[in-house]
Each structure stands twice: as C-alpha cells, then as structure tokens.
Write a protein that binds this ligand. Sequence first.
Ligand SMILES: [Zn+2]
Length: 151
Amino acid sequence: MQMKQQVKEQFNHFLSRKNLKTTLQRNLVVDAMVELDRHTHVDELYLLLRAKHPYIGHATVYRALRLLAESGLVREINLGDGITRYRLARQGERRDYLVCSDCGGVTEFENGLVEKEQLKRAHSLGFMVESFKIELKGLCRHCQGRNSRTH
Ligand SMILES: [Zn+2]
C-alpha cells in the first residue's frame, strides 16, 4: 500500500511537470506494475487489467507504460525480439540481465565489480554516465537441458 502511494505520487509529479493529467486508468497501470513487480509487456498487462476493468484500452495501457518508463519509475528493456518488457524500478538498482536466446527468459543478477570498473574507465575519459546496463546472452539452465536431450 505504502509503495503504491509512493509510486503514484512520484508519477503524478512527473505528469504535472509534463502538463498531463493523472487519470484513473493511469493509476490502474501504476497499481498493476507495483503488484506484479516482475517483467511484463503491454499485451500481458492489458489482459490482466481488462479482466478487472473491462473499459480500459490497450492504447491507454501502452501510453501509461511509456510515460512510466520515461519517468524512470518503470524500467524498460529491449532484448531484440520485438517485445518491450517493463518492470517496476527499484531504488538505486542497476540493470544487469542474463537473457536466454532460446526461451527469452530474463534473469537479473548483480555484480558491482564490473560496473565499478566501467564507471571508473568512463570517468577517466571524461564521460558522465547516466545509466548502466549489462546484458549477457546465452542459454538458461532449462534450455541447456532441453537442447542436450534433443541433439
Ligand atoms: Zn531458456
């Protein structure tokens, strides 16, 4: 509850800076993202919301997600499969992902060492880093097992 209120307040702040209105439907998208707290995409989220709120539109969900991503409250990742995934951002988080090229599964991991080294290097080149993302592609444990059975 606390979390929902906090995210909504920050989002409303962002919207008012952009001269956009807080709407019931936008708030529904925020609530759903806080409740889910995992990666989702617009089609899935739309179906989830529509089950409870039949009047909600696909375009509305899409636009709300885009705005949430723009505000930084929601993280957006593109893995090259044409599906944009979204997840609620955690404070101070980095974006490190293991991406399975077979099933498309996404696992998050943390390794502060790589980030630290990269930031140091960027800094020495006079570059101001605003975001940081590591993406490792390969096969997840599940798909490795499946592949070894079929080959
Ligand atoms: Zn996999």
